[in-house]
Design a protein around this ligand. Structure first.
Ligand SMILES: *Cc1c(COP(=O)(O)O)cnc(C)c1O
Length: 218
């Protein structure tokens, strides 16, 4: 597993953080990576996340990276470390209420569409900047943005999409937060494109298959 050490060193050298995407992986496989020192893991389905969270050590920081349905929010607010996939205002409302019930502040990334293809999830940037009001949500800590580039071999296209996300983050900070230290995170980059993402200023890469090997069928 010295490959894992090389990967984490490379990511750390870019002042970036690794979120190990453990969806479809077994508890045993996750524990192997945990024992190498990894503490941040990402899951995309609430049910699977709950099962793993119950079985794995308490000092894991769990990140939700997949689309979140409003009726499932209450199950994760008691423990979730960060939600990367906050993609609509109604969902923000729900997370805010359930966070209050859980007496916790929840770390939130705003997922924004950057891919050209018509992806299902994510804010349209213009809708977001015109309709969002962070002070509406007293129990949420807005930490930054998340985005997914088009799945393509065209590296310059991927790079341009990541640059778009960096610009969106800057504009949101200028309008709403004016604090680079608080609104600081840019979650972008996966197994196939994390190197480009880091070059463009990613602060969190979400990497699954490169660490765990090919995914089990979900
Ligand atoms: C699965 C997934 C990843 C990781 O993908 P890999 O290609 O396996 O690295 C990253 N982000 C999201 C939102 C995912 O669903």
């Amino acid at each position: 597993m010295s490959d894992f050490k090389i990967l984490t060193d490379t990511i750390n050298n870019h002042n970036c953080k690794l979120i190990a995407v453990s969806k479809t992986q077994s508890v045993e496989a996750i524990l192997k990576i945990y024992k190498l020192g990894q503490r941040d893991f990402g899951e995309n389905r609430v049910q699977e996340l709950l099962e793993k969270q119950a079985e794995l050590p308490d000092d894991i920081n769990w990140h939700l990276i997949g689309h979140l349905q409003k009726n499932k929010v209450k199950y994760i607010t008691p423990f979730i470390h960060m939600i990367h996939s906050a993609d609509n205002l109604e969902l923000l409302d729900t997370i805010d209420k359930k966070a209050q019930d859980s007496e916790r502040k929840i770390n939130i990334l705003l997922q924004i569409k950057i891919a050209e293809e018509d992806t299902k999830y994510g804010f349209d940037f213009n809708d977001l900047i015109n309709n969002f009001q962070p002070s509406d949500y007293q129990n949420l800590n807005f930490k930054g943005v998340m985005g997914m580039a088009t799945f393509t071999d065209d590296q310059s296209k991927i790079r341009k999409e990541f640059q778009k996300l960096v610009t969106y983050k800057r504009l949101l900070n200028e309008k709403f937060f004016r604090n680079e230290l608080l609104f600081s995170e840019i979650s972008m980059g996966m197994s196939g494109d994390y190197e480009i993402a880091m070059e463009e200023g990613s602060t969190m890469v979400r990497i699954g298959s490169l660490i765990f090997g090919e995914r089990n069928k979900n």
